[in-house]
Write a protein that binds this ligand. Structure first.
Ligand SMILES: C[S@@+](CC[C@H](N)C(=O)[O-])C[C@H]1O[C@@H](n2cnc3c(N)ncnc32)[C@H](O)[C@@H]1O
Length: 218
């Protein structure tokens, strides 16, 4: 998946992955991570996710990383939050009071920057990436995150004969293989089924499984 693929999706408003009401699995399972309110939370490949507002309302300081400046601008406009644009190394930072979005490539975030975060949240990030990039993504995140850093990961698995990604199907075994070398991985919950209005139905899926993991960097 090239950067142009995603930038064009944003230019043409083809963002069926966006959840205007936020992600219920985050709201249900995040509290069990026991991260203190002041924790700094990384949201890789954040899009314009309203989940960042929910995390900030819990007291966290939130940093999203996103390729598209349309996503960053829309996020602040739709959330009604003020921001300043500041150039920061390879990124353009859209900096609000408790939430900032760094516009640029996640792979340009240096390990020393990653080390600032106590927590992370991944919904539709790992599964947005094809297999080879997925491994590079996990290696990159884990190369910088500190020991004890704790994340919530939400994945999607489905019958790959019915649809090709993104989102790509990522199952338990994949998560264990990718993260197991670096972190303790606990499956917290699983949820089967697709809502009647889920856009993935139009692409041929009739069923899917969402899985929620706690990932703790060793
Ligand atoms: C499937 S969307 C998910 C967005 C968000 N997590 C959500 O739940 O709505 C994946 C996002 O990752 C962004 N993206 C893809 N590759 C990226 C990269 N290398 N660095 C930063 N953002 C990237 C895309 O622009 C897109 O907005």
């Amino acid at each position: 998946m090239t950067q142009d693929f995603w930038l064009e999706r944003w230019t043409h408003g083809e963002i069926g992955f966006h959840q205007p009401q936020g992600q219920p699995l985050l709201q249900k399972h995040w509290p069990a991570l026991d991260l203190v309110p002041a924790s700094r939370i990384l949201v890789p490949l954040c899009g314009k996710s309203q989940d960042m507002v929910w995390l900030a309302e819990r007291g966290h300081r939130v940093t999203g990383i996103e390729l598209s400046d349309i996503a960053a601008r829309d996020f602040f406009a739709e959330s009604g939050l003020d921001y300043r644009r500041i150039s920061r190394g390879p990124f353009m930072a859209y900096a609000g009071e408790r939430i900032e979005i760094l516009v640029g490539d996640l792979f340009d975030l240096a390990p020393a920057e990653l080390a600032r975060f106590e927590g992370f949240y991944d919904r539709a990030a790992l599964v947005a990436l094809p297999e080879d990039t997925r491994r590079a993504y996990v290696d990159h995140l884990m190369s910088g995150l500190r020991r004890g850093a704790t994340g919530l990961l939400i994945t999607l698995a489905y019958d790959t004969s019915l649809m090709t990604g993104p989102p790509f199907s990522v199952d338990d075994e994949d998560v264990g293989e990718l993260y197991g070398r670096y972190a303790h991985v606990d499956l917290m919950a699983e949820q089967r089924g697709l809502a009647a209005d889920d856009p993935l139905r139009q692409r041929g899926l009739t069923d899917a499984r969402d899985s929620v993991y706690r990932i703790v960097r060793r």
